[in-house]
Design a protein around this ligand. Structure first.
Ligand code: SF4
Length: 353
């Protein structure tokens, strides 16, 4: 898996592209007029490991939240702007870290140029965020229907407007809700341009199906070396977007963060409610940022061997559990109700070392 080397840009204190790690993004879902709720969600996302946060700015007045958030949190904030280019101008002048514009909804080269001029003046990076559901009329006329080629051509056209003005702190996204169209568009674009790419499958759906769809689309792109930042778009708590993003990156060996939980599917040999034990444990540890492989297995005969790659793990007998590390038993006779706590204590001990 060889990652494509793209141009490196910086949003706030976070580098994107080049040799920087692939960055995890999410988007706030609160009303931007409700400052407190929005701040709470920003903090929750940051705690979950989110590295860039996007906020919808539907009207000019909603830009008022920018100085407030900038004062309260130290995570880069990206303003999401559709239709009205004046919102982008205002957000940039109020110190937003970056803006994402959808040129398809602005649909006017002169207005996009105004954004480019302001971006250059205020030194604000811009994401040119193409979306297959909102392509500009000119391109739709040429291609008759929205497709990957149309998105790529449109993105290159708008990049050209920024380049004409001399502002190239840009990243690009070309999203569709269809996995194949998404992959097609990013692959085509990546052959033609070195700008960093924000990847994702848009409107992927509710948590369960959306994570699967995103893992396929994002996973294939990352495997092909494409992608510098990513978002898993889900209908649900945005914290799940962050958790899912790290799972994808971790399973591809691209980032190491948090507890990698190995648990067996259980079978007739399992004598405990492993599903409940694993779900509770996952809730307890999903804010950990240090990386560790941890196993929770349903039987003590096969469990340690089946999970021998785990740094630490527990396996259950009928009443007692055993603790094992790298496939070797290190402690026996743990009462099963205490097993979860013993495992957590061991994790703390390992992480402390
Ligand atoms: S670890 Fe034991 S309980 Fe779990 S699937 Fe394997 S054999 Fe079954």
């Amino acid at each position: 898996m060889k990652r494509k080397k793209t141009k490196k840009i910086k949003i706030g204190n976070v580098f994107i592209g080049g040799d920087s790690p692939i960055v995890v993004q999410s988007m706030l879902k609160t009303n931007p007029e409700n400052f407190q709720e929005t701040l709470n969600q920003t903090r929750e996302l940051k705690r979950a490991g989110c590295e860039l946060i996007r906020i919808a700015l539907p009207q000019e007045e909603t830009c008022k939240i920018i100085p407030f958030l900038k004062k309260e949190v130290d995570i880069p904030i990206i303003g999401d702007i559709h239709f009205n280019h004046k919102i982008a101008l205002k957000a940039m002048r109020l110190g937003i870290d970056a803006v994402r514009i959808n040129p398809g909804t602005i649909n006017n080269a002169r207005k996009v140029k105004e954004i480019a001029l302001c971006a250059k003046e205020t030194k604000t990076p811009v994401r040119i965020g193409m979306n297959i559901g909102s392509m500009e009329k000119r391109i739709l006329k040429k291609y008759h229907k929205p497709n990957a080629e149309a998105m790529v051509e449109s993105a290159l056209y708008y990049i050209g407007l920024f380049e004409d003005i001399g502002w190239t702190e840009l990243k690009v996204s070309l999203k569709a809700s269809d996995v194949f169209q998404t992959i097609d568009a990013y692959k085509k674009f990546s052959k033609l341009s070195d700008y960093p790419l924000h990847i994702g499958v848009t409107e992927a759906g509710p948590v369960f199906s959306g994570v699967i769809k995103s893992a396929i689309g994002i996973g294939i792109l990352l495997y092909e070396g494409i992608g510098d930042t990513l978002r898993v778009s889900l209908t649900g708590n945005p914290v799940y977007e962050v958790i899912a993003a790290y799972h994808i990156l971790r399973d591809l060996g691209l980032r190491k963060r948090g507890i990698n939980l190995i648990s067996c599917p259980t079978c007739g040999r399992c004598k405990v409610n492993l599903t409940e034990i694993v779900e509770e444990f996952e809730k307890d540890v999903n804010h950990f940022d240090k990386h560790l492989n941890v196993a929770i297995m349903g039987c003590e005969v096969n469990g340690p061997g089946e999970a021998k790659e785990a740094d630490i793990g527990i396996a259950f007998g009928a009443n007692k559990a055993i603790l094992f590390a790298k496939g070797k038993v290190v402690k026996t006779g743990i009462p099963k109700e205490m097993a979860k706590d013993v495992l957590k204590e061991e994790i703390y001990n390992i992480l402390k070392q």
